[in-house]
Design a protein around this ligand. Structure first.
Ligand code: UDP
Ligand code: MG
Length: 321
């Protein structure tokens, strides 16, 4: 018994150590078949896949000789050029990456050579003083500006007056657009208003040498504010007249009896109030955050409002007033 058991162990040992002889034919076909499958799915998609209904051996018989691989030493002469087809697929990626990186480097170098795209304002704030005067319709901006012009030699430019003049100028291409906007209490596209203001400032500077401007009723929208400060002149501060809507409405209806303005009627006034709250107040809020707002309550009489204006402006501007 003992002799038989040790004999079996010796056999197992012998089987483990002995290098295997050539595999039976069927087994060789099976390994060739699995290689064929993997190369079919991972490489040449044009090669035929094994039809479900076909047996592996039938499939192999139909394959052209060049694609068959019979020996377990798959590096033999008959091995299909697998690594070659891999290279062919890899090259397009390399070319695309190389071209892309080259183009990117070219762009980066071009950018370095380009001049910076910042705009210099037409007038320097160290040379020219600009105060924006804001407040709801009927808050009293025009009335207070007239007094500041009288006492401090400001040049008063009302955006609304400039727009009305442009609207009435014979041959103006913006006449109808401005007319429609004013009637609806809407805001005229900023390019028109900013250009009118810049021209008026240049004319005033060349004709009278003035350097102090009150820009009344502007900017009424954030994009106007940014554009004006970028291309015309940064403002020193915003003079904001704060007045309750009921009081402003009363004043506008009273003014409408004699002003002849197309927007001093109940319907336009309502639209102007809405535009002021929704579009113009964010401008005041923006400058308030930058600590550039002088706020004056304008509910009382023009004289009282003016006294408050003077006091606050003296404090804020000193000798620039
Ligand atoms: N307006 C505009 N952009 C401006 C200023 C005025 O479009 O920057 C138009 C707007 O339709 C406004 C109207 O002009 O309702 C009248 O403006 P104005 O300043 O004369 O009105 P106020 O505030 O003095 O009543
Ligand atoms: Mg006005």
């Amino acid at each position: 018994m003992a002799a038989t058991a040790s004999g079996r162990q010796a056999w197992r040992q012998l089987l483990r150590n002995t290098p295997r002889g050539p595999a039976p034919k069927q087994q060789q076909y099976r390994s060739a078949f699995s290689r064929q499958i993997s190369s079919t799915t991972t490489q040449a998609s044009s090669r035929r896949a094994v039809p479900q209904s076909q047996s592996p051996s039938a499939f192999l018989r139909q394959q052209p000789l060049a694609q068959r691989s019979y020996s377990s030493g798959s590096q033999g002469k008959n091995t299909p050029p697998r690594s070659n087809s891999n290279q062919v697929k890899f090259w397009p990626f390399l070319i695309v990456i190389a071209l892309g990186s080259g183009g990117y480097m070219l762009l980066v170098n071009r950018r370095k050579e380009m001049p910076p795209t910042t705009t210099t304002p037409a007038f320097s704030p160290t040379d020219v003083t600009v105060l924006f005067v804001l407040g709801g319709p009927g808050a009293g901006k025009g009335t207070q500006c007239a007094r500041l012009v009288r006492d401090y030699h400001f040049t008063h430019l009302s955006a609304g007056d400039l727009l009305r003049a442009e609207q009435d100028r014979p041959g103006s291409q913006y006449g109808q657009l401005i007319r429609d906007c004013i009637k609806d209490g809407a805001i005229v596209p900023l390019e028109v208003t900013v250009a009118l203001l810049e021209n008026a400032m240049r004319d005033a500077i060349t004709s009278s040498g003035t350097k102090k401007f009150l820009i009344d009723g502007f900017p009424r929208k954030m994009d106007q504010a940014l554009k004006f400060e970028e291309v015309v002149c940064p403002a020193k501060l915003v003079l904001f007249y704060d007045c309750p809507e009921a009081e402003m409405e009363k004043r506008l209806l009273e003014r409408g009896k004699t002003s002849g303005r197309a927007d001093d009627n109940a319907d336009s006034i309502r639209k102007r109030f809405r535009t002021f709250i929704e579009t113009s107040m964010p401008v005041v809020d923006h400058y308030e955050k930058e600590d550039r707002v002088v706020k004056v309550d304008s509910t009382s009489t023009p004289d009282e409002v003016y006294a408050a204006t003077q006091e606050k402006l003296k404090k804020a501007l000193g000798d620039k007033l």
